[in-house]
Each structure stands twice: as C-alpha cells, then as structure tokens.
Design a protein around this ligand. Structure first.
Ligand SMILES: [Fe+2]
Length: 396
C-alpha cells in the first residue's frame, strides 16, 4: 500500500515497552512483505498472536481446473450460478471457482451470512462487490463496503465478511493471487505517491479508521496456505489489536472513483488499468465520454492479445462492443490468447457518432492461460463462440 497510516494506540517509539492498563506488555506483531525489505505494519495485540491450541487440516472442495479445450471464447453467466443452500452462503467457504491458473484463482460468491474468520497466507486477495453491501472485519479494523467497491486484502490478514442485514446477497468476485496486488507501478512515484496522471489517488482510498476489538477464547481461523487449508484454534480472539501503523493494510476503492482516460481515437485497455498482480492486471471500464475525432470508431478494433487471456466481468450499463451476444449484467467473457476477438457484428456501425458509453466492467488479463473451474463450467453459455459468424456446429 502506498502510504502510511496509523490507527488506535501505539507507543512513540517502535520496539519499546508498551503496556496494557493492567501493566502487562502488549504483544508486537510485524506484518511485512518480502522479508523485512518492503512494506510492513506493526500491530499491538492484547494477547500473544502466536498462541494456538489446535491445528486441523481441512479437506477442500474441488479446486480442479480444466484446460480451455477446444480453445475458444467463453461466456460465463454468474447470474445463473446456484448454491445448494442460498441462505447459508458465506464469502469464504461459499466461494466457487470460475477460472484459475498458477498465478490467480477467480472465484464468485453470493454471500448471505457471515464468513468464518479466515486468512490467505498464499497471497493477496482482491474482492469486488458487484451488488449488496456489508462489513469486512479485519485485525486492522473494519471496512464498510458496497456496490462497486474493490477491497485489497494483504496476505495473511485475518478477516471475515459480514453481509448487510437487508437480505440481499453480497455478490462478490474474489481474486486469490499467489503474490501481491497493488496499484500499477507506473502511477506511483519512487516513494509510492500516486502521480498526477494516475486515474485515482490517495483521496479515493479508504482504510480502517479505528481498532476492532472482540473477546473470545478458543477461536477458529481458517488459513489458506500453499499446501491447502488448515483450521487453527487460537487461544484468544485474533481481533485484539489496540493499534497499528505502517503501509501494509486492507484498503478499499470504489470503481466509480476511477477517472477514465479518454482520447480523440480509441484508447487501448492499459488506460483502464487499476491494479497489477503477479502475472495479471485488473482494469476498470467505467461510464465515460468516448473518442471525439470526427471519424472515430469508438468501440475496440479486433485484437489478438498474443500474450494474455482476457476475462471481462460485465457489472453495469450495456457494454457497447458485446451487444447482440447474449452477454448481460453478471456475465463474463473469456477471450483467450490464440483467438482474435472484437466487437459483435453490427456493433461498430451502431457506435459511430456515439459520444458516451454507459458501461461498467472489470477486466482481468492473465499472462498464463486461464483454465475453467467447476463454477465456470456450470454456468457457461455454449453458443458464445459462434456469435461473430452467426452459426456454429450445432446449427450447421
Ligand atoms: Fe479485448
């Protein structure tokens, strides 16, 4: 995270005695990435964060992925995903795997009840709230989130997701990275400040503002790690941090605060880039004025991303280039490396002279091929690959 934050009580000097009201010492915990050579946060716990009383391996549902064979564009309809008990879906154990590769797993949940306490020790997570609202409670404090929010949760941050009590599910896209997720480096100064050409900056970000304290003994925490999932039982509730400071913490950013970069002619997808992760990027396509050259073609040209797979999640408006394809709100399109893709037939002509696109979409471009998870296969529209020609094998 690019800038320093301080929450709650901390002593004036790090690694010095800091005592609870009863005279006992608070327990320091340094959360640091890349050893001790990059961003970190220093947290002060009421109790020892090391005190575990049990550890159990947890069997997992299928994390298996299937190669995209035959290689073709895919249309996934998350709006048709079903859960066995919709009223008992949580954002951790209820997430289902849409796509994955060695760098990132792309999951979806329609969360209706609080999740267990959880942390991902294998990498950062990026949550995107498609609809609904709730609170994400973390050891750093709580963050209220709602529609359009991205939430970056650093590796090994213990948290849980509590959907709002309005009965509406929190529909969440969840990216589980195998490394760290942050703003694109080209938008940051050498010391981490957002530069003037960045489409968002510090003023758009939200972080925890006060400690979150909970009482409890023998508290379970699910931990995803490189070899699987383990359930730890902690002697004390992990939400016992009275204060912390540093540059490593969960933070939220709403897609509506992304200021689109536009031009006289069509701007390429990197202008929409919002985050970078290990071998993938995340972009935000937001409502915007479009190309203002008098002869501009505002929708994208056909393109072959020879080095990446392109996954687009359609969350608002009506995506101009996909009109007539069957894609709607909640749909995802996968345009893999090896396939040229472009606007649906008629979309180019329909967009000529248009000066505003009312469309919101989240794009994930991965530099290793994406494979399909069980949920991706469960809600696929098999007709999509043939929508440019208007006919496919089932109709020939
Ligand atoms: Fe594309």
């Amino acid at each position: 995270m690019p800038y320093y934050r301080q929450v709650g009580q901390i002593p004036p000097k790090r690694h010095t005695q800091f005592r609870r009201p009863d005279g006992e010492l608070y327990a320091e915990e340094l959360m640091g990435v890349e050893g001790f050579s990059a961003d970190s946060a220093l947290l002060y716990h009421r109790n020892l964060p090391t005190a575990i009383v049990d550890a159990q391996a947890v069997p997992e549902d299928s994390r298996h992925t299937t190669p995209n064979l035959p290689l073709k564009p895919r249309h996934i309809r998350t709006q048709e995903l079903k859960w066995e008990s919709p009223a008992e879906v949580d954002a951790v154990t209820g997430r289902r795997l849409l796509f994955g590769n060695a760098d990132v797993r792309i999951c979806f949940a329609a969360a209706t009840c609080p999740s267990p306490l959880y942390r991902n020790a294998a990498g950062d997570e990026l949550l995107y709230v498609q609809t609904g609202s709730g609170v994400v409670e973390t050891i750093y404090g709580a963050l209220a989130v709602g529609e359009g929010d991205y939430l970056v949760i650093p590796t090994s941050c213990t948290y849980r997701v509590v959907p709002g009590g309005d009965g509406e599910p929190m529909r969440l896209l969840v990216l589980e990275a195998t490394g760290h997720i942050g703003p694109p480096r080209r938008y940051l100064s050498a010391r981490g400040q957002f530069l003037e050409h960045s489409p968002y900056c510090e003023r758009d970000l939200r972080g925890p503002t006060e400690p979150l304290l909970a009482e409890g003994t023998d508290v379970d925490v699910l931990v995803r790690h490189r070899a699987g999932v383990t359930r730890y039982t902690y002697a004390h509730h992990p939400f016992d941090v009275v204060g912390w400071d540093g540059c490593l913490y969960p933070w939220a950013f709403n897609i509506r605060d992304f200021e689109p970069i536009t031009g006289r002619v069509h701007q390429p997808p990197p202008v929409h880039q919002t985050f970078e992760g290990p071998n993938f990027v995340v972009c935000s396509f937001c409502p915007r004025k479009v190309d203002y050259h008098p002869l501009a073609v505002p929708v994208p040209y056909n393109h072959a991303n020879v080095d990446s797979d392109e996954l687009m999640f359609y969350v608002g408006g009506n995506y101009e280039a996909r009109k007539g394809s069957g894609i709607g709100i909640g749909s995802m399109s996968l345009h893999p490396s090896g396939c040229t893709h472009g606007p649906q037939p008629g979309a180019v002509e329909a967009a000529l002279g248009v000066d505003y696109f009312d469309e919101t979409a989240v794009m994930v471009d991965t530099f290793r091929p994406l494979e399909l998870g069980e949920a991706g296969q469960a809600c696929e529209d098999p007709r999509y690959a043939w929508t440019w020609s208007g006919r496919g094998p089932e109709r020939s």
